[in-house]
Every structure is written in structure tokens, then in C-alpha cells.
Design a protein around this ligand. Structure first.
Ligand code: PMP
Length: 464
């Protein structure tokens, strides 16, 4: 074939002009934004610690760890690189659907050691969505039931079943036609007014649990396989469930023989100051846990579906019936194995706990300083501000078009030296877990500069 001879130059040698020309001549898609966006995003050339650098040499602090996954920052520890190189040299691939490797055995044992209770790693797919697919199938096969209950304002992935379980606007792109998925409102006051105006937190929790149980009775408990939920809702805006709610779900699951499936894809592996988000809810032990992102610090695609020993035993004499070509990929496992070891050996969870009060104090500081901020939530190194307009309103649904002012803010955010995910009306804060205190304070200062632009653009008088 007639390929451009420039392809035979090594990676890292194309000039900025060559890259721009190629992008102009050869379109591709950015998937969550129109394809044209490829012309407007910085082309990152390298990373160092919590920073990324673009082809013009600009430095950006990664304020959301990309998609809340580059938890170890952008200088991958040498142990990960060496383990990947070792495995790629030794045996780059055997098919995990039928084969076994040393690294799979060791990773499996490590997971059994760090997972709480009697949870065990069952499968190691490549993405969070696949980990949820495997967990959904596991629940259906174990219980012999079909329906999956999940929350509105949740995200579980972009594949068919994970997309159908998703409760935010993204399911409308196609996966909503998948039968067997039922949505419920959790007691978070941002959307459904559980208990009515003036209800206490306890009343909201009770109302949400009563409604959930009523839904289960109407769906037929004998049809409901699992309740699937994020332990702390991530993309939906860092929603931490009020006391008693998750315990209430556990009790409802036990009462009706329904499995509790917790999605830890975004917050698992230390993001919130605990290894897993569900560990914030006293006494709550899920039956199925899906995780991804932090398991490898995003250095390579890997995810995990874990389940209780009871479920594991059920599948001892029958196949799960789910698999992908790259499940238990040896190079991915080797890399992730070292990433998890790095987390443990460097007590990254302890580091997050140490920074958590500083993080929360700075969320408060920015909320106080910037009238465009209505409220915020923070836990560990995970936080979210809600942006309000001059009337004090925040959009009820996330898919509403962003306020014009938000586009100015996004530009200011880049100019202030930050890179991150944006979805109006949320300002997500989730820097790499290895961030230092000084870098964290610097990040909040950069964000404050951008929020001052948002204050102005929304018509608030900026204090700065
Ligand atoms: N669950 C949650 C809670 C997530 O945040 C995400 C990704 N943002 C997913 C599932 C899907 O993971 P992936 O994109 O790796 O398929």
C-alpha cells in the first residue's frame, strides 16, 4: 500500500505542523463531543508527575486525573514499566478464557488479600463497562432472575447492558432500549424531593428506601437479580449517600434474595481515602464489586469483577458465560499488579487521608470566594462544585446545554494551566492521588482564577 514515508519515522518525531495537517486530512471521532473537537484540544506530548505538557510546551495540572483514572499521575513508576516489559518479553499473551499465567495467579491472590470480607476477584476484563457487564450476567445467572435496578444520575459504562443500567443522559444515545433495567431515585436531594419539603435526612432516606421496596414489589422480587449502584456517584457529581441508605439497601437485598452490586470503577483503589468507596458505609458488604481505572492507574486497560465466595462457588461447576479476548491479559495484569503494589507500599490511601482535610478546606474556600458556586461535596481527593446562575438555580438535569458562560470558563481553565473533564453545572475536582500538598494548593489557586472568570461571565461580581 502507498503509505506516507513519514510513518517510518519513530514516534515522537512528527512536527506540530505535520500533526495538524494529518488531523485536518484524516478525521476521527472524540466520541463524547463532536468530531470537530479534535481540532481544538491540546495535543499532549508528555507527562511528569501531576502535570501534562502540550506540543507548544504549555504545562497543565491534571485536575481530574483524566477520566478520574490516572491516579498515579503521569510519571509511571519504573516498577510498572519493568513488569510490563518483563511480561511482554516473557509471554505477551495467552487467552484468559482458557489459559493460566503466573501473573494472573498472583494478582488473584493479591486481590483476595486486599478485598474486604469474603470477596474474591472473579474475572479481569479490560474496561469498567465490561466489569459491569460481567457482574450483571453473574447476578442474572446466580439468581436466575433478569431485572437489574440501578439509580438515575448514575454511569456504568458504554456497552449494551452497562449502558442500559446507566441512569444519566448517556443511556439515551442507544442503550435505553435494552429490556430488564429499572431505575430508582436515591435519596440525594439534588433531584427527587424524597420526604417532601423540609424533610430531615433520615426522612429522605426512609422515603427512598420505602419507594425502592415498593418498586421491587411491583416489579416482582422474584424477577430482580441485583441492585447496581456506584458507592459514591462519580460523574453524577460526587454524591455521597446519607447515613443508613446503603445499609437499608443491603437489608432490602437480604430480604428479597437480591444481590447488591457495587460499581467501584471510578472511586475504587483509594480515590476517597478508603481502598473502596463502599467501606465508608459501616457494615455494608456487597455481593458483587466492579472496579477498573485505579487498579492500573490507567497505565494500561484493566478491570475486575469481584464476587462473594458463595457466588464463586456457584460457578465452580458451570461457566460464567462471559468473556472477552483480552480478559486477564498478562501484560495488563503485570502492570496493574505493580500499580496495586505501589499503592500499598507507598500507603497512597494514607496519603489521601492526610490530604483530605486540606482538599475539603480548599473546596470550602473556593465556594466562599466565588458566588457562582452554590454548593460542593468532597471526600478524600474527590470533589464536585455545583455552579448556579444569578437566580440561584442549577439545572436539574445534566444534559441541559451548558450556559454560554461555561465555555468561557473552560477556556480560562486551560489558560490557568489546568486540564480536566467538564460537565455543566459540575466542576469536578479529582487530581492524581500522588499529588503533593503544594501542588494541590497550586491547583486550587489555578481553579480559583478560572472560577473568577465564570463569576464574571455569569454576571456575579467577582471578589478578585
Ligand atoms: N462505572 C463508573 C462509575 C464509571 O465512572 C465509569 C467510567 N467513567 C464506568 C463504569 C465505565 O468504565 P469504562 O469507561 O472503563 O468502561
Amino acid at each position: 500500500p502507498a503509505v506516507d514515508p513519514a510513518h517510518f519515522q519513530p514516534l515522537g518525531t512528527w512536527t506540530s505542523e505535520q500533526l495538524h495537517q494529518s488531523r485536518a486530512e484524516h478525521p476521527f471521532m472524540m466520541t463524547w463531543v463532536p468530531g470537530q473537537a479534535r481540532h481544538n484540544v491540546p495535543n499532549m506530548t508528555h507527562g511528569e508527575g501531576v502535570y501534562l505538557y502540550d506540543e507548544e510546551g504549555h504545562q497543565y495540572l491534571d485536575w481530574t486525573s483524566q477520566a478520574v483514572c490516572a491516579n498515579l499521575g503521569h510519571s509511571v513508576p519504573k516498577s510498572l514499566v519493568e513488569a510490563a516489559a518483563y511480561q511482554m518479553t516473557q509471554l505477551p499473551f495467552t487467552y484468559g478464557g482458557i489459559g493460566m499465567t503466573e501473573v494472573r495467579t498472583r494478582m488473584n491472590q493479591l486481590m483476595a488479600e486486599i478485598l474486604p470480607g469474603n470477596l474474591r476477584a472473579a474475572v479481569f476484563p479490560s474496561s469498567g463497562a465490561e466489569a459491569n457487564e460481567a457482574g450483571i450476567l453473574m447476578a442474572r445467572r446466580f439468581t436466575g432472575r433478569q431485572k437489574i435496578i440501578s439509580w438515575y444520575r448514575s454511569y456504568h459504562g458504554a456497552t449494551a447492558a452497562a449502558g442500559a443500567a446507566t441512569g444519566d443522559f448517556r443511556r439515551w444515545y442507544g442503550s435505553d432500549n435494552n429490556p430488564g433495567f429499572v431505575k430508582a431515585f436515591n435519596p440525594f436531594p439534588l433531584f427527587f424531593n424524597h420526604g417532601g419539603n423540609g424533610a430531615t435526612e433520615e426522612e429522605r432516606v426512609q422515603s427512598a428506601l420505602n419507594m425502592l421496596e415498593e418498586q421491587i414489589l411491583n416489579e416482582g422480587p422474584e424477577n430482580v437479580a441485583s441492585i447496581l449502584m456506584e458507592s459514591i456517584v462519580g460523574a453524577g457529581g460526587c454524591l455521597i449517600m446519607p447515613t443508613g441508605y446503603m445499609q437499608g439497601i443491603r437489608a432490602i437485598c437480604d430480604k428479597y434474595g437480591i444481590l447488591m452490586h457495587v460499581d467501584e470503577v471510578m472511586v475504587g483503589f483509594g480515590r476517597t481515602g478508603k481502598l473502596f468507596g463502599f467501606q465508608h458505609y459501616d457494615g455494608v458488604m456487597p455481593d458483587i464489586v466492579s472496579a477498573a481505572k485505579g487498579i492500573s492507574g490507567a497505565a494500561i486497560p484493566l478491570s475486575m469483577t469481584a464476587c462473594s465466595e458463595e457466588i464463586m462457588n456457584f460457578f465452580e461447576d458451570k461457566p460464567l458465560g462471559w468473556g472477552s479476548t483480552y480478559q486477564a491479559h498478562p501484560v495488563a495484569l503485570a502492570t496493574a499488579y505493580e500499580a496495586v503494589k505501589f499503592l500499598i507500599q507507598n500507603d497512597i490511601v494514607g496519603h489521601v487521608q492526610h490530604l483530605a482535610p486540606i482538599f475539603a478546606a480548599n473546596m470550602q474556600r473556593l465556594a466562599d470566594q466565588h458566588p457562582c458556586i452554590k454548593q460542593y461535596r468532597a471526600i478524600g481527593l474527590f470533589g464536585c462544585f455545583d455552579v448556579q446562575d444569578l437566580t440561584g438555580a442549577i439545572p436539574k438535569l445534566q444534559h441541559e446545554p451548558a450556559h454560554d458562560a461555561f465555555h468561557k470558563y473552560k477556556e480560562a481553565y486551560h489558560k490557568a494551566g489546568l486540564v480536566g473533564l467538564h460537565r455543566y453545572p459540575h466542576v469536578h475536582c479529582a487530581p492524581p492521588l500522588v499529588i503533593t500538598e503544594d501542588e494541590l494548593l497550586d491547583g486550587f489557586d489555578r481553579l480559583s482564577t478560572a472560577l473568577a472568570v465564570l463569576d464574571d461571565a455569569l454576571g456575579f461580581h467577582s471578589p478578585e
